[in-house]
Design a protein around this ligand. Structure first.
Ligand SMILES: [Zn+2]
Length: 457
């Protein structure tokens, strides 16, 4: 249940930690109560659909895909090993907004049927609802139909606007009275890979004469095995994807300009993350939602809090379910509902240790439109286990520190570790309550839009 009272609980344990940030924050909390003596911090979440972390230049990628994001990361807290719990939009964003694993928030989005779609139930409590109970007004602008208010994602928002993919997100005239929460969901670099000029021709080969265009239908054909690209086609497609990142990066710079010109950054926590990544032939295919390899689950997570003076890079493994508890602690907002992650404030304060504790990072994916898949994965202590029921039953085991691209399956050569990881996965699944899945019937327009993005056939 939500706490209705507006006072914000003090966290004395933070005061005991000796970093500069902790002292500055604890001092503020001891002297003042947010909402009464000082303004509550605003929150902006920039969610970038389909952005794999390793294609960003600040992650060491060979192309300068993200110059503006790099600069922003250089002034912020940058979590370098952050993971999603699903390789699809709905389950992943629901985890970000509830602090729960997909199994427990119920958005598994199987899309088994063409006429109905799983939704985020009203029974679930979202970040916007928690903040609304603390006097925040929340506004969302989204460009992915999967997170529209029809599917439960507008809960707790004062305004929630769904734009078509390709629309420009513009907040110049959006009324934002503090304290506010703003959720902006960008659809680049999601397919089709069709960035406008001048981003359309940054890295593609101008002399390329092959079939690759970056259109979504064509990517589906690749997944289905109906089109088999050669090395030249693959590098053209990768260039098209990277250009989409560069286009997002440009939009992010424009967003920062607007926020600065409206003086909205001073008391605002600004977070940039992604819902999942994208395969670009890492494991023989393309797109997302079909597998749980690193290119699907390893996503960016950058957090800028103006009260934190020193930029920092955190290399501990962090998870989507950790984001909500971290934000609530930073914002001084109390919540006594169930959360399945942990606040990362100890890591921000420079404490060592694995924030995932014993549970590791669990992820899952379910039946899909183009290819029938059902898999679960667990990353813990450097080992990653992937258990699949479909397309065929099997186990995969990878040692991520020595094999980060997951090319050497050790499931049969290290059966002891595979068994151990399997047991850990089973124990974790059993500890997570199973939510009832809810669905709504799709309208013809929604079916058409979902079809154009490849979500249904
Ligand atoms: Zn997505």
């Amino acid at each position: 249940m939500l706490q209705k009272k507006k006072s914000h609980r003090l966290r004395p344990k933070v005061a005991a930690i000796g970093s500069r940030f902790a002292l500055a924050l604890a001092g503020a909390w001891l002297l003042l109560t947010c909402g009464i003596d000082k303004p509550c911090p605003n929150l902006i979440i920039v969610l970038v659909d389909t952005l794999r972390a390793d294609h960003l230049s600040y992650h060491g990628y060979g192309r300068q895909t993200s110059p503006h994001l790099d600069r922003f990361a250089g002034e912020s807290l940058t979590f370098l090993n952050h993971y999603a719990h699903a390789s699809r939009t709905g389950p992943s964003v629901a985890s970000l907004f509830t602090g729960l694993y997909p199994r427990s928030h119920g958005v598994l989005n199987p899309l088994e049927a063409r006429d109905a779609k799983g939704i985020l139930s009203e029974e679930q409590t979202t970040l916007a609802e928690i903040l609304a109970s603390h006097g925040y007004s929340s506004h969302g602008i989204v460009t992915n139909v999967n997170v529209s208010s029809r599917f439960g994602f507008g809960q707790g928002f004062a305004s929630y606007t769904s734009l078509e993919r390709g629309s420009r997100i513009d907040i110049a005239d959006l009324e934002l009275a503090p304290p506010f929460f703003l959720y902006l969901h960008y659809m680049e670099p999601h397919s089709p890979y069709n960035a406008p000029e001048p981003f359309r021709s940054v890295w593609i080969d101008p002399d390329y004469e092959g079939p690759v265009t970056g259109r979504h239908r064509q990517l589906d054909h690749i997944v289905a095995g109906e089109l088999v690209p050669n090395a030249e086609d693959q590098s053209q497609l990768t260039a098209l994807y990277d250009q989409e990142i560069r286009y997002f990066d440009y939009q992010f710079a424009k967003l920062l300009e607007t926020l600065e010109s409206r003086a909205l950054l001073d008391n605002t926590i600004l977070l940039v993350t992604a819902d999942h990544g994208e395969e670009l032939f890492d494991h023989g295919s393309v797109l997302h939602g079909y597998t749980l390899y690193e290119e699907q689950l390893h996503v960016p997570f950058i957090l800028r809090d103006p009260r934190i003076e020193n930029p920092m890079r955190v290399s501990a493994i962090t998870r989507q379910v950790d984001v909500l508890p971290t934000l609530l602690e930073l914002m001084g907002v109390s919540y006594d509902g169930t959360l399945q992650g942990r606040s990362l404030v100890p890591q921000i304060n420079g404490e060592a240790g694995d924030p995932t504790g014993d549970s590791g990072v669990f992820a899952q994916t379910r039946l899909n439109a183009v290819k029938k898949v059902k898999s679960r994965s667990l990353l813990a202590d450097g080992w990653k286990l992937i258990v699949s029921d479909l397309p065929e039953p099997g186990h995969e085991l990878y040692h991520i520190p020595t094999d980060p691209e997951e090319q050497h399956n050790l499931a049969t050569s290290n059966t002891a570790m595979a068994v151990k990881m399997r047991r850990r996965m089973r124990d974790l699944i059993q500890s997570l309550p199973l939510a009832t899945e809810e669905q709504v019937d799709l309208t013809n327009e929604e079916k058409e839009e979902l079809r154009s993005l490849g979500y249904i056939r």
